[in-house]
Design a protein around this ligand. Structure first.
Ligand code: ATP
Ligand code: MG
Length: 303
Protein backbone atom coordinates (compact mmCIF):
# COMPACT_ATOMS: atom_id res chain seq x y z
CA UNK A 1 0.00 0.00 0.00
CA UNK A 2 1.44 3.39 -0.95
CA UNK A 3 1.47 6.57 1.17
CA UNK A 4 -1.51 8.09 -0.63
CA UNK A 5 -3.71 5.03 -0.19
CA UNK A 6 -2.72 4.91 3.45
CA UNK A 7 -3.67 8.55 3.95
CA UNK A 8 -7.05 8.00 2.33
CA UNK A 9 -7.74 4.99 4.53
CA UNK A 10 -6.79 6.93 7.64
CA UNK A 11 -9.15 9.74 6.69
CA UNK A 12 -11.97 7.32 5.96
CA UNK A 13 -11.41 5.55 9.27
CA UNK A 14 -11.75 8.78 11.21
CA UNK A 15 -15.03 9.65 9.52
CA UNK A 16 -16.36 6.12 9.86
CA UNK A 17 -15.91 5.86 13.63
CA UNK A 18 -17.07 9.34 14.50
CA UNK A 19 -20.72 8.40 15.23
CA UNK A 20 -19.52 5.88 17.82
CA UNK A 21 -16.93 8.02 19.57
CA UNK A 22 -17.96 9.43 22.96
CA UNK A 23 -15.92 12.23 24.49
CA UNK A 24 -18.23 13.81 27.08
CA UNK A 25 -21.12 13.23 29.48
CA UNK A 26 -23.92 13.81 27.00
CA UNK A 27 -23.96 10.17 25.99
CA UNK A 28 -27.12 8.04 26.10
CA UNK A 29 -26.89 4.30 25.59
CA UNK A 30 -30.24 4.16 23.83
CA UNK A 31 -28.81 6.29 21.02
CA UNK A 32 -26.64 3.38 19.90
CA UNK A 33 -28.41 0.44 18.29
CA UNK A 34 -26.47 -2.84 18.79
CA UNK A 35 -27.73 -3.98 15.38
CA UNK A 36 -26.52 -0.87 13.57
CA UNK A 37 -24.36 -1.40 10.49
CA UNK A 38 -24.66 2.20 9.20
CA UNK A 39 -25.69 1.97 5.56
CA UNK A 40 -24.00 -1.39 5.06
CA UNK A 41 -26.06 -4.53 4.55
CA UNK A 42 -24.94 -8.13 4.86
CA UNK A 43 -24.28 -7.98 1.11
CA UNK A 44 -21.48 -5.57 1.90
CA UNK A 45 -19.90 -8.15 4.21
CA UNK A 46 -17.23 -9.19 1.68
CA UNK A 47 -16.37 -5.54 1.11
CA UNK A 48 -16.21 -4.93 4.83
CA UNK A 49 -13.86 -7.88 5.15
CA UNK A 50 -11.68 -6.44 2.41
CA UNK A 51 -11.65 -3.08 4.17
CA UNK A 52 -10.67 -4.84 7.38
CA UNK A 53 -7.77 -6.57 5.63
CA UNK A 54 -6.57 -3.23 4.30
CA UNK A 55 -7.04 -1.67 7.70
CA UNK A 56 -4.93 -4.39 9.28
CA UNK A 57 -2.16 -3.61 6.80
CA UNK A 58 -2.22 0.07 7.73
CA UNK A 59 -2.29 -0.83 11.39
CA UNK A 60 0.82 -2.96 11.00
CA UNK A 61 2.63 -0.06 9.33
CA UNK A 62 1.59 2.40 12.04
CA UNK A 63 2.58 -0.01 14.77
CA UNK A 64 5.98 -0.39 13.18
CA UNK A 65 6.46 3.37 13.45
CA UNK A 66 5.18 3.40 17.02
CA UNK A 67 7.79 0.79 17.90
CA UNK A 68 10.61 2.54 16.02
CA UNK A 69 9.83 5.93 17.52
CA UNK A 70 9.55 4.48 21.02
CA UNK A 71 7.90 7.54 22.59
CA UNK A 72 4.21 6.74 22.81
CA UNK A 73 2.47 3.70 24.23
CA UNK A 74 -1.11 2.80 23.27
CA UNK A 75 -3.57 1.27 25.71
CA UNK A 76 -6.73 -0.30 24.29
CA UNK A 77 -9.39 -1.27 26.80
CA UNK A 78 -12.20 -3.68 25.94
CA UNK A 79 -15.34 -3.98 28.02
CA UNK A 80 -18.52 -5.85 27.17
CA UNK A 81 -21.19 -8.23 28.34
CA UNK A 82 -20.35 -11.91 27.79
CA UNK A 83 -20.41 -13.18 24.21
CA UNK A 84 -20.26 -9.68 22.75
CA UNK A 85 -17.15 -10.67 20.81
CA UNK A 86 -14.25 -9.10 22.70
CA UNK A 87 -11.91 -12.00 22.07
CA UNK A 88 -12.74 -12.22 18.37
CA UNK A 89 -12.38 -8.47 17.86
CA UNK A 90 -8.98 -8.46 19.56
CA UNK A 91 -7.86 -11.50 17.58
CA UNK A 92 -8.90 -10.16 14.18
CA UNK A 93 -7.91 -6.55 14.57
CA UNK A 94 -4.48 -7.31 15.95
CA UNK A 95 -3.82 -10.22 13.58
CA UNK A 96 -1.41 -8.29 11.37
CA UNK A 97 0.67 -6.54 14.00
CA UNK A 98 4.09 -7.64 15.12
CA UNK A 99 3.58 -9.78 18.27
CA UNK A 100 6.71 -8.22 19.78
CA UNK A 101 4.99 -4.85 19.86
CA UNK A 102 1.75 -5.97 21.42
CA UNK A 103 0.54 -7.54 24.66
CA UNK A 104 -2.89 -8.68 25.83
CA UNK A 105 -3.94 -8.98 29.47
CA UNK A 106 -7.24 -10.42 30.68
CA UNK A 107 -8.62 -9.30 34.01
CA UNK A 108 -10.83 -11.81 35.72
CA UNK A 109 -12.13 -11.95 39.28
CA UNK A 110 -9.36 -10.58 41.54
CA UNK A 111 -7.08 -12.95 43.45
CA UNK A 112 -6.51 -12.64 47.18
CA UNK A 113 -3.22 -10.89 46.42
CA UNK A 114 -5.05 -8.40 44.21
CA UNK A 115 -7.56 -7.77 47.00
CA UNK A 116 -4.73 -6.84 49.34
CA UNK A 117 -4.05 -3.79 47.15
CA UNK A 118 -5.90 -0.84 45.70
CA UNK A 119 -7.91 -1.78 42.63
CA UNK A 120 -5.64 -0.14 40.07
CA UNK A 121 -2.62 -2.08 41.27
CA UNK A 122 -3.04 -5.20 39.18
CA UNK A 123 -3.72 -3.14 36.05
CA UNK A 124 -0.81 -0.75 36.58
CA UNK A 125 1.58 -3.69 36.51
CA UNK A 126 0.38 -4.49 33.00
CA UNK A 127 0.56 -1.06 31.39
CA UNK A 128 2.26 -1.05 27.97
CA UNK A 129 5.85 0.08 27.57
CA UNK A 130 6.67 2.93 25.20
CA UNK A 131 6.51 1.81 21.61
CA UNK A 132 3.98 -0.94 22.41
CA UNK A 133 0.27 -1.53 22.12
CA UNK A 134 -1.24 -2.94 25.30
CA UNK A 135 -4.67 -4.50 25.32
CA UNK A 136 -6.82 -4.93 28.41
CA UNK A 137 -9.50 -7.58 27.97
CA UNK A 138 -11.67 -6.20 30.83
CA UNK A 139 -9.96 -3.77 33.15
CA UNK A 140 -10.29 -1.51 36.20
CA UNK A 141 -13.64 -0.52 34.70
CA UNK A 142 -15.05 -3.76 36.17
CA UNK A 143 -14.75 -1.88 39.46
CA UNK A 144 -17.69 0.26 38.37
CA UNK A 145 -19.58 -2.54 36.59
CA UNK A 146 -19.66 -6.04 38.11
CA UNK A 147 -18.64 -4.65 41.50
CA UNK A 148 -21.46 -2.11 41.33
CA UNK A 149 -24.05 -4.65 40.20
CA UNK A 150 -22.95 -7.18 42.86
CA UNK A 151 -22.28 -5.40 46.13
CA UNK A 152 -20.79 -8.55 47.65
CA UNK A 153 -17.66 -7.99 45.52
CA UNK A 154 -17.21 -4.58 47.08
CA UNK A 155 -17.50 -6.11 50.54
CA UNK A 156 -14.65 -8.50 49.70
CA UNK A 157 -12.32 -5.62 48.90
CA UNK A 158 -11.32 -5.06 52.54
CA UNK A 159 -11.72 -1.29 52.26
CA UNK A 160 -11.88 0.70 55.51
CA UNK A 161 -15.65 0.84 56.12
CA UNK A 162 -15.70 4.62 56.54
CA UNK A 163 -14.46 4.98 52.97
CA UNK A 164 -17.38 3.06 51.53
CA UNK A 165 -20.09 5.69 51.19
CA UNK A 166 -22.85 6.39 48.70
CA UNK A 167 -20.32 8.47 46.76
CA UNK A 168 -18.04 5.54 46.06
CA UNK A 169 -18.92 5.23 42.34
CA UNK A 170 -18.59 8.95 41.75
CA UNK A 171 -15.22 8.82 43.49
CA UNK A 172 -14.10 5.87 41.39
CA UNK A 173 -15.00 7.74 38.22
CA UNK A 174 -13.02 10.72 39.47
CA UNK A 175 -10.01 8.57 40.26
CA UNK A 176 -10.15 6.79 36.92
CA UNK A 177 -10.37 10.10 35.06
CA UNK A 178 -7.34 11.39 36.95
CA UNK A 179 -5.42 8.18 36.38
CA UNK A 180 -6.11 8.28 32.65
CA UNK A 181 -5.15 11.95 32.46
CA UNK A 182 -1.92 11.12 34.20
CA UNK A 183 -1.19 8.32 31.73
CA UNK A 184 -2.03 10.54 28.76
CA UNK A 185 0.36 13.21 30.03
CA UNK A 186 3.02 10.52 30.21
CA UNK A 187 2.61 9.48 26.61
CA UNK A 188 0.13 6.64 26.94
CA UNK A 189 -2.68 7.11 24.42
CA UNK A 190 -5.87 5.47 25.70
CA UNK A 191 -8.88 4.26 23.71
CA UNK A 192 -11.76 2.41 25.33
CA UNK A 193 -14.25 0.13 23.63
CA UNK A 194 -17.64 -0.98 24.82
CA UNK A 195 -18.88 -3.73 22.50
CA UNK A 196 -22.60 -3.20 22.75
CA UNK A 197 -24.47 -6.47 22.11
CA UNK A 198 -28.24 -6.74 22.48
CA UNK A 199 -29.92 -8.97 25.03
CA UNK A 200 -31.51 -10.96 22.20
CA UNK A 201 -28.25 -11.55 20.33
CA UNK A 202 -26.49 -12.60 23.54
CA UNK A 203 -29.19 -15.23 24.12
CA UNK A 204 -28.69 -16.51 20.56
CA UNK A 205 -24.93 -16.77 21.04
CA UNK A 206 -25.28 -18.58 24.37
CA UNK A 207 -27.62 -21.10 22.73
CA UNK A 208 -25.05 -21.64 19.98
CA UNK A 209 -22.42 -22.27 22.61
CA UNK A 210 -24.63 -24.96 24.10
CA UNK A 211 -25.66 -26.53 20.81
CA UNK A 212 -22.33 -26.60 18.98
CA UNK A 213 -19.80 -29.01 20.54
CA UNK A 214 -16.82 -26.88 19.43
CA UNK A 215 -18.28 -23.96 21.33
CA UNK A 216 -19.24 -25.82 24.50
CA UNK A 217 -16.03 -24.80 26.24
CA UNK A 218 -17.01 -21.16 25.95
CA UNK A 219 -20.24 -21.57 27.83
CA UNK A 220 -20.50 -20.93 31.52
CA UNK A 221 -23.73 -21.29 33.47
CA UNK A 222 -22.77 -18.23 35.46
CA UNK A 223 -22.70 -16.09 32.31
CA UNK A 224 -26.29 -17.08 31.64
CA UNK A 225 -27.20 -16.22 35.22
CA UNK A 226 -25.76 -12.72 34.76
CA UNK A 227 -28.42 -12.09 32.12
CA UNK A 228 -30.79 -11.63 35.03
CA UNK A 229 -28.95 -8.42 35.89
CA UNK A 230 -29.01 -7.06 32.34
CA UNK A 231 -30.74 -3.75 33.12
CA UNK A 232 -28.45 -3.09 36.08
CA UNK A 233 -25.44 -3.65 33.84
CA UNK A 234 -26.76 -1.34 31.12
CA UNK A 235 -27.35 1.37 33.70
CA UNK A 236 -23.85 0.89 35.08
CA UNK A 237 -22.32 0.97 31.59
CA UNK A 238 -24.13 4.16 30.67
CA UNK A 239 -23.13 5.91 33.88
CA UNK A 240 -19.54 4.71 33.53
CA UNK A 241 -19.22 5.92 29.93
CA UNK A 242 -20.80 9.29 30.70
CA UNK A 243 -18.42 9.83 33.58
CA UNK A 244 -15.19 8.64 32.04
CA UNK A 245 -15.42 9.65 28.38
CA UNK A 246 -12.96 12.45 27.68
CA UNK A 247 -11.37 13.97 24.60
CA UNK A 248 -8.01 12.46 25.50
CA UNK A 249 -9.38 9.04 26.43
CA UNK A 250 -12.62 8.53 24.48
CA UNK A 251 -15.01 5.60 24.64
CA UNK A 252 -16.17 3.92 21.46
CA UNK A 253 -19.58 2.37 21.84
CA UNK A 254 -19.48 -0.25 19.13
CA UNK A 255 -22.62 -2.01 17.83
CA UNK A 256 -21.86 -5.68 18.43
CA UNK A 257 -24.74 -7.73 17.04
CA UNK A 258 -22.83 -8.17 13.76
CA UNK A 259 -19.28 -9.32 14.30
CA UNK A 260 -18.00 -8.21 10.90
CA UNK A 261 -19.19 -4.68 11.59
CA UNK A 262 -17.77 -4.61 15.12
CA UNK A 263 -14.34 -5.58 13.81
CA UNK A 264 -14.27 -2.91 11.11
CA UNK A 265 -15.19 -0.21 13.63
CA UNK A 266 -12.59 -1.35 16.15
CA UNK A 267 -9.88 -1.51 13.46
CA UNK A 268 -10.81 1.94 12.20
CA UNK A 269 -10.73 3.38 15.72
CA UNK A 270 -7.29 1.93 16.41
CA UNK A 271 -6.00 3.27 13.09
CA UNK A 272 -7.42 6.67 13.95
CA UNK A 273 -5.79 6.57 17.40
CA UNK A 274 -2.37 5.73 15.99
CA UNK A 275 -2.69 8.24 13.16
CA UNK A 276 -3.51 10.97 15.67
CA UNK A 277 -0.08 10.49 17.22
CA UNK A 278 1.49 11.65 13.96
CA UNK A 279 4.15 8.99 14.15
CA UNK A 280 7.29 9.13 12.05
CA UNK A 281 10.32 6.91 11.76
CA UNK A 282 13.24 8.32 13.76
CA UNK A 283 15.46 10.63 11.70
CA UNK A 284 18.92 9.20 11.20
CA UNK A 285 21.84 11.49 12.10
CA UNK A 286 24.46 12.76 9.64
CA UNK A 287 27.08 10.51 11.25
CA UNK A 288 24.87 7.45 10.99
CA UNK A 289 24.21 8.16 7.29
CA UNK A 290 27.98 8.25 6.67
CA UNK A 291 28.33 4.99 8.54
CA UNK A 292 25.61 3.41 6.37
CA UNK A 293 27.29 4.61 3.18
CA UNK A 294 30.66 3.24 4.31
CA UNK A 295 29.12 -0.11 5.22
CA UNK A 296 27.45 -0.28 1.80
CA UNK A 297 30.74 0.36 0.02
CA UNK A 298 32.51 -2.25 2.11
CA UNK A 299 29.79 -4.84 1.45
CA UNK A 300 29.80 -4.18 -2.27
CA UNK A 301 33.60 -4.36 -2.49
CA UNK A 302 33.80 -7.61 -0.52
CA UNK A 303 32.69 -11.11 -1.61
P1 ATP B 1 -14.77 -15.34 28.35
O1 ATP B 1 -15.32 -14.61 27.17
O2 ATP B 1 -13.74 -16.36 27.99
O3 ATP B 1 -15.79 -15.82 29.29
P2 ATP B 1 -14.28 -13.41 30.30
O4 ATP B 1 -13.57 -12.11 30.14
O5 ATP B 1 -15.73 -13.36 30.48
O6 ATP B 1 -13.90 -14.24 29.05
P3 ATP B 1 -14.10 -15.05 32.67
O7 ATP B 1 -13.20 -16.18 32.95
O8 ATP B 1 -15.57 -15.28 32.53
O9 ATP B 1 -13.54 -14.24 31.41
O10 ATP B 1 -13.81 -14.02 33.85
C1 ATP B 1 -14.27 -12.76 33.82
C2 ATP B 1 -15.15 -12.52 35.02
O11 ATP B 1 -14.40 -11.84 36.01
C3 ATP B 1 -16.29 -11.63 34.62
O12 ATP B 1 -17.53 -12.14 35.03
C4 ATP B 1 -15.98 -10.34 35.32
O13 ATP B 1 -17.13 -9.64 35.67
C5 ATP B 1 -15.17 -10.81 36.52
N1 ATP B 1 -14.33 -9.73 37.05
C6 ATP B 1 -13.41 -9.01 36.39
N2 ATP B 1 -12.90 -8.04 37.17
C7 ATP B 1 -13.52 -8.16 38.36
C8 ATP B 1 -13.44 -7.46 39.59
N3 ATP B 1 -12.62 -6.43 39.72
N4 ATP B 1 -14.20 -7.87 40.60
C9 ATP B 1 -15.03 -8.92 40.46
N5 ATP B 1 -15.17 -9.62 39.33
C10 ATP B 1 -14.43 -9.25 38.28
MG1 MG C 1 -16.94 -15.01 30.94
Amino acid sequence: MNKKEMKTLIKRSRKFVKPFRVTDDRFRLKDIDPGDTLDLTSEDKPRAKEALAMGIEVLAELQDMLYAQDNWAVLLIFQAMDAAGKDGAIKHVMSGVNPQGCQVFSFKAPTSEDLDHDYLWRCMKCLPERGRIGIFNRSYYEETLVVRVHREFLEKQKLPPELVTKDIWKERFQDIRSFERYLTRNGVAIRKFFLHVSNKEQKKRFLERIEEPEKNWKFSANDAKERGYWDDYMEAYEDMIRNTATKAAPWYVVPADNKWFTRVIVAAAVIDALAELELTYPKVSEGKLKELAAAKRALQAGK
